[in-house]
Structures are given as structure tokens and as C-alpha cells.
Write a protein that binds this ligand. Structure first.
Ligand code: GLU
Length: 447
């Protein structure tokens, strides 16, 4: 670890000791950029690391709402506006009980570098609430979203900060949030992405994260003269990212054999496709049910409170759920079962120890900030279409997404090679993202 990076990490831990996820994200990036700091003392003089770890603005607010029984509920809302060096703040909203300031800061920090890698002009942000949409009625979700936006609207705007979805925030929530923003501001603008197709959304935005991951893995395998055809893949979620990843992976000839959630994991050795894939797509968005329903309906194995990584033999693991879902023991089990590629579709799903296990075993590992950037990249394309008041065709958007993912893959490999870690996607992604953001900050002075 570089001495300057170590000093800043220690200062972050001392200042905010109760933010382990944020410490983890900062440590992973700052460890990678050591060779850049060695070669460029100007970043230290400009205190770039100290500025990167301090969000430009943190907004925390009360979200009171009335449930279907007439009882008053109070949740906590957040928006961490991390860095605007290369564009308006951009990043999703997460509604999940695990949301707190540490998770919001880590996600905003990751988003800053991810957005830089897309090459589009987007700064980094994240927001959300500890509200749990599971088990809530549509009217409860609507009242919650309206209350959340009643505070958030004054801090965002199409040229200021453009939120989108993340875990627990999909098309339904974006609709309610957008409706309330429009009502409060009396403006119809591209203030959110992931909108409905009939009112400013972009074709391919729902599919983009999953498709992007499949494009990224395809590039990784191509460096070894290999492809997705015939590969067995394990995934851990069943939301938007997982569903469209499965769709593209099946199109490329692979077989995806698991889905899961916080209650357990369904193992389907025949692979998810056709009718089963259509059911998976509707499982949350239409039926609002657990992954167990899939196992019951298609008569396959359901392992309660188990992760797929522990017992499924796969060539490729694609964590699609939550931070730190792959721990060292999971990584060791994956390696023992012959897994050769781990590609993060979620944000920071592997612990640092798990990544170490993969590195030691020579498993190809791609970090989320590179591999899952297709979602936010297509959000950037939605912003462009909104600004132009135009809609592009699916082929146009998908073509641009594909090009962006290929470009990110290339940028990771080039940065890794240039700074002495050939083939190391994590180091390459961190360095490429860091250079773009840090250089913009240098140009813009002490702000
Ligand atoms: N939540 C997604 C992410 O983690 C998408 C963000 C966006 O589209 O702004 O990148």
C-alpha cells in the first residue's frame, strides 16, 4: 500500500469508524492506485484522495408515511452526492432494510469510478432508504415514494442530480417518484432514469445491466479464445439484473442453473430458459414473490438459507444480489468446484478476502464498477435522449451499450498493463476510473 493512501484510509477510519462498507470500498480503490501515486506526486499535493473520500454533500431526511392500517411509519432517507467532477451527480436509489450511511457512501464512491468508466459525463451519487418494499401494498409504496420525493426534489434536477433505480426501486417506484417530482416542480424533465417507455424512458434500459454483464464476460473469455457457449453459470438474485443477464447468457449458449434471495437458493440443473425465464422475469415485478416460488413451480431443489456458491458446480459465478455476498469460504468452495470466472453484476458482492482467494487460484475476476456499468451507461443514454427530446431504437441503444462495455473492458486491460498489473481487471478499473476523476478535479481547482 502506498504511504499516502494508507494515511488517508487511516484518517477515514478514525473519522467515521462505524462505516465498514465505505472503508472496504475506499481501501480497494486506493490499494490499486499505488503505482499512479508513485508516478504522480501532484495528486498528493492537490489532496485528491482526501477530497475523493469526502462526499460533496450528504442529505439525510425523515420520511414519514401512513400505512394501510392508518398507522404512521417513519423511515430514513439519504442522498449522498459524492463527486461532480465529470458531470451531474448520477446513481441509483436503494430501498432495503440494510441501507445506512455507510452503504450509501460506499455505493456513491463506487458509482463515481463506474460512471467515469462509461466515458459519459456523469458524476457519482447514491441514495435510498431503509424502507422495505417487500410485503407492502402498491398504495403503501406510492405513499412512501411521494413522501421521499417531497424532501428529495429540492436537491435534484436534470442538470444537478439524476437518480435511478437500484435494489428495491424498479419501474413502479420510479413512476411514483417521477409523478411526485413533476407535481412539486411543475416541470416534466429527465430528472430520473429508468422511466416508463411511454413517458421518457429509454428502450433497453431495463435490460442494460444484465446484457452489459454478458457482453463484459464475453470480452473476458475472448481474451482466452473462449466464449459463453456451453458454460454453466450460477447467479444469486432474480431481479432485473439477474433476469436480463440470464436472457442474454442463454442467447449466447450458456446455461444458468440457480436463482436466489435472502431466504435461500433454487437449483435448476437443466437451466433457466423459455417459460421458466418468463416466469422468473415476472416473479417480483408482477407476483411480488420469493425465489422459492420458482423452485415450487418447476419442481427443482430449494435450499433454505444457502448461497449457490457453496454447493453448485459452475464455470462462471455472477453475483447479482448484495454487497459482501461472496465471503472467503464461498470463494474457496467456488474454486474447489472448478469455477474459472467471477463477474460482479452487483456492487461489491465479493469481500476483499474472497477476491484474494480468487487471485491466488488464478480465477478471472471482474469488479462490479466495470462489469455492471451497462445499467448506468444506458441511463446516460436515456439522459441524452431526454435532452434531445428524441427516442432511439432498441438496436441503436443496444449497439451503443455493447460498444461502451467493450470500451470499458479494453480500458481496464490497458490501464492494468500500463501500471504493471497485466490482466488484473480490478486494478485496471480502479486506475482508469481514478485517473479520469482525479484529472478533472485537478483542472477545476480546489472545490
Ligand atoms: N443502480 C445502478 C448502478 O448501481 C444504476 C444507476 C443509474 O442508472 O443511475 O449502477
Amino acid at each position: 500500500m502506498h504511504e499516502y493512501a494508507r494515511e488517508v484510509i487511516e484518517a477515514v477510519k478514525a473519522r467515521d469508524p462505524l462505516e465498514p462498507e465505505f472503508h472496504q470500498a475506499v481501501t480497494e480503490v486506493f490499494e490499486s492506485v499505488a503505482p499512479v501515486l508513485d508516478a504522480h506526486s501532484e495528486y498528493r499535493q492537490a489532496r485528491i484522495l482526501e477530497r475523493l473520500v469526502e462526499p460533496e454533500r450528504v442529505i439525510m431526511f425523515r420520511v414519514p408515511w401512513v400505512d394501510d392500517n392508518g398507522d404512521i411509519q417513519v423511515n430514513r432517507g439519504f442522498r449522498v452526492q459524492m463527486n461532480s467532477a465529470i458531470g451531474p451527480y448520477k446513481g441509483g436509489l436503494r430501498f432495503h432494510p440494510s441501507v445506512n450511511l455507510s452503504t450509501m457512501k460506499f455505493l456513491g464512491f463506487e458509482q463515481t469510478f463506474k460512471n467515469a468508466l462509461t466515458t459519459l459525463p456523469m458524476g457519482g451519487a447514491k441514495g435510498g432508504s431503509d424502507f422495505n418494499p417487500k410485503g407492502k401494498s402498491d398504495s403503501e409504496v406510492m405513499r412512501f415514494c411521494q413522501s421521499f420525493m417531497t424532501e428529495l426534489y429540492r436537491h435534484i434536477g436534470p442538470d444537478t442530480d439524476v437518480p435511478a433505480g437500484d435494489i428495491g426501486v424498479g419501474g413502479r417506484e420510479i413512476g411514483y417518484l417521477f409523478g411526485q417530482y413533476k407535481r412539486l416542480k411543475n416541470e416534466f424533465t429527465g430528472v430520473l432514469t429508468g422511466k416508463g417507455l411511454g413517458w421518457g424512458g429509454s428502450l433497453v434500459r431495463p435490460e442494460a445491466t444484465g446484457y452489459g454483464v454478458a457482453y463484459f464476460i464475453t470480452e473476458m473469455l475472448a481474451t482466452k479464445g473462449d466464449s459463453l457457449a456451453g458454460k454453466t453459470i450460477a447467479i444469486s438474485g432474480y431481479g432485473n439484473v439477474g433476469t436480463y443477464f440470464v436472457q442474454k447468457a442463454v442467447e449466447f449458449g450458456a446455461k444458468v442453473v440457480s436463482i436466489g434471495d435472502e431466504y435461500g437458493c433454487a437449483f435448476d440443473p437443466d437451466g433457466i430458459s423459455g417459460e421458466k425465464l418468463a416466469y422468473m422475469a415476472d416473479l417480483w415485478t408482477v407476483y411480488r414473490k420469493s425465489a422459492k416460488e420458482y423452485a415450487d413451480k418447476f419442481d427443482c431443489e430449494w435450499r433454505p438459507e444457502t448461497k449457490p456458491w457453496r454447493f453448485i458446480k459452475c464455470d462462471i459465478a455472477v453475483p447479482t444480489a448484495m454487497q459482501n455476498e461472496i465471503e472467503a469460504e464461498d470463494a474457496a468452495a467456488l474454486v474447489a468446484n472448478g469455477c474459472q470466472v467471477v463477474c460482479e453484476a452487483a456492487n461489491m458482492p465479493c469481500t476483499s478476502e474472497a477476491i484474494h482467494v480468487f487471485e491466488e487460484a488464478g480465477v478471472m475476476y471482474a469488479p462490479g464498477k466495470a462489469a455492471n456499468a451497462g445499467g448506468v451507461a444506458t441511463s446516460g443514454l436515456e439522459m441524452s435522449q431526454n435532452s434531445m427530446r428524441l427516442s432511439w431504437s432498441s438496436d441503436e441503444v443496444d449497439g451503443r451499450l455493447h460498444q461502451i462495455m467493450t470500451g470499458i473492458h479494453q480500458a481496464c486491460l490497458e490501464a492494468a498493463e500500463r501500471f504493471g498489473s497485466p490482466g488484473d481487471y480490478a486494478t485496471g478499473a480502479n486506475i482508469a476510473g481514478f485517473l479520469k476523476v482525479a484529472n478533472a478535479m485537478m483542472d477545476q481547482g480546489v472545490v
